[in-house]
Design a protein. Structure first.
Length: 94
């Protein structure tokens, strides 16, 4: 009998801000590894692309967009885009 991989967040959707580097990147990758669909944002597109590539290696959907979280209207717009794209959001990590 083979061992099954436990993916407790399968079917869940997570939006992670500041996901280009550091704790945000680590969180996005960990959520993807746990089975969640991940939408990530941060200020710089290059690091977000790297995070998306790493998180995507876990076989879950990953979307990314450059957004300055200091801009309240931009964050609100991204949150609405995220909900529209993925039809839901169970978790928001800032």
């Amino acid at each position: 009998m083979g061992s099954a991989t436990v993916r407790p967040l399968t079917g869940k959707v997570v939006l992670v801000t500041g996901a280009g580097t550091g704790i945000g990147r680590a969180a996005a990758i960990a959520f993807a590894a746990a089975g969640a669909s991940v939408s990530i944002c941060g200020r710089r597109l290059g690091p977000l692309e790297e995070t998306a590539e790493q998180a995507g290696q876990h076989g879950t959907p990953v979307r990314f967009r450059a957004v300055d979280v200091a801009d309240e209207l931009a964050v609100q717009a991204r949150s609405e885009e995220h909900t529209s794209e993925l039809q839901s959001r169970q978790y928001l990590v800032c």
